[in-house]
Ligand binder design. Structure first.
Ligand SMILES: Nc1ncnc2c1ncn2[C@@H]1O[C@H](COP(=O)(O)OP(=O)(O)OP(=O)(O)O)[C@@H](O)[C@H]1O
Ligand SMILES: [Mg+2]
Length: 264
């Protein structure tokens, strides 16, 4: 099978906060047109890892390569300018803004959107609504609606559509489905697949193995800040992935243990 080119790569990355070592020797490749699922339990280091990828944290040692060349993101904006978009839980958009306004916020001058220097509400709304509808979110048809009035899934979708519209090459999603019901999560997963189809490299963080399996091409399991497993689609079963996420213990053993505690 031919491997797609890596847009972003981590090589032997370590991250410590003072005496606390959080990430240990992480090497990962994030490829064009693929979804990399980052799995792991609470506190495993997933958010810290994506903060290194998105320029919020500088690695203590190791390298970040973009298109094969070493890069250093001095500030969060630097990664964004290179096309690395991060969408946090709840979409990271602005609840009191209209859909149209939030779509362009912060991006008007740098992308040379001349007309938006003087905010053109009608045109901004048209572009935002079209971008979102192109992703199959047909329930959003009025750019004047406030972001705060959208459902969690719609907000995630809006944030993803926005990143793609402005030319993101790497999309980092920190638990986009964690707070969503089944239907909304399915919708966000469909949008993740659409972003991938458009050639973006996606990093998808989740605790839910089923969500990971629905979109993932490549999986990395973090345990206590180190990569405990790194595998591709269909190389492991759902049960095996669940066991890995539970720290290498089999869930059957855990269940027996809990049973024992309950009856002790
Ligand atoms: N700025 C910091 N200073 C000190 N320790 C930190 C800092 N940021 C994170 N940590 C520690 O690093 C570890 C990993 O945290 P991180 O937020 O990356 O985990 P996570 O895998 O995203 O967990 P969750 O699933 O709960 O979101 C934790 O033990 C956390 O306390
Ligand atoms: Mg986290």
């Amino acid at each position: 099978m031919s491997e797609k080119p890596a847009i972003l790569e981590l090589k032997n990355v370590n991250k410590s906060f003072g005496p606390i070592d959080v990430l240990h020797n992480i090497s990962l490749q994030i490829r064009q047109g693929e979804v990399l699922c980052l799995l792991g339990d609470n506190g495993a280091g997933k958010s810290t890892l994506i903060k290194v990828l998105s320029g919020v944290h500088k690695p203590t040692s190791g390298e970040i390569l973009m298109d094969g060349k070493a890069v250093s993101f001095g500030r969060p904006g630097a990664a964004q300018e290179r096309g690395i978009a991060t969408v946090h839980q709840f979409g990271g958009t602005f609840p009191l803004m209209s859909i149209g306004r939030s779509f362009f916020v912060g991006l008007e001058p740098t992308k040379g959107w001349g007309p938006f220097k003087i905010y053109d509400r009608k045109r901004a709304n048209e572009i935002a609504v079209k971008a979102v509808r192109d992703f199959g979110i047909t329930r959003i048809d009025d750019g004047d609606r406030l972001v705060g009035g959208l459902s969690g899934g719609e907000r995630q979708s809006l944030a993803i559509a926005r990143a793609v519209h402005f030319g993101a090459r790497v999309l980092i999603l920190d638990e986009p489905t964690a707070a969503l019901g089944v239907k909304q999560a399915a919708h966000v997963l469909r949008i993740v697949n659409e972003a991938k189809r458009r050639g973006l490299a996606v990093v998808f963080i989740t605790h839910q193995v089923m969500h990971a399996m629905a979109v993932g091409d490549h999986f990395a399991v973090l345990i206590r800040g180190a990569i405990a497993a790194d595998f591709r689609k269909r190389e492991k079963t759902r049960e095996e992935i669940t066991d890995l996420m539970a720290g290498g213990e089999t869930m059957a053993d855990l269940e027996a243990e809990i049973e024992h505690e309950l009856h002790a």
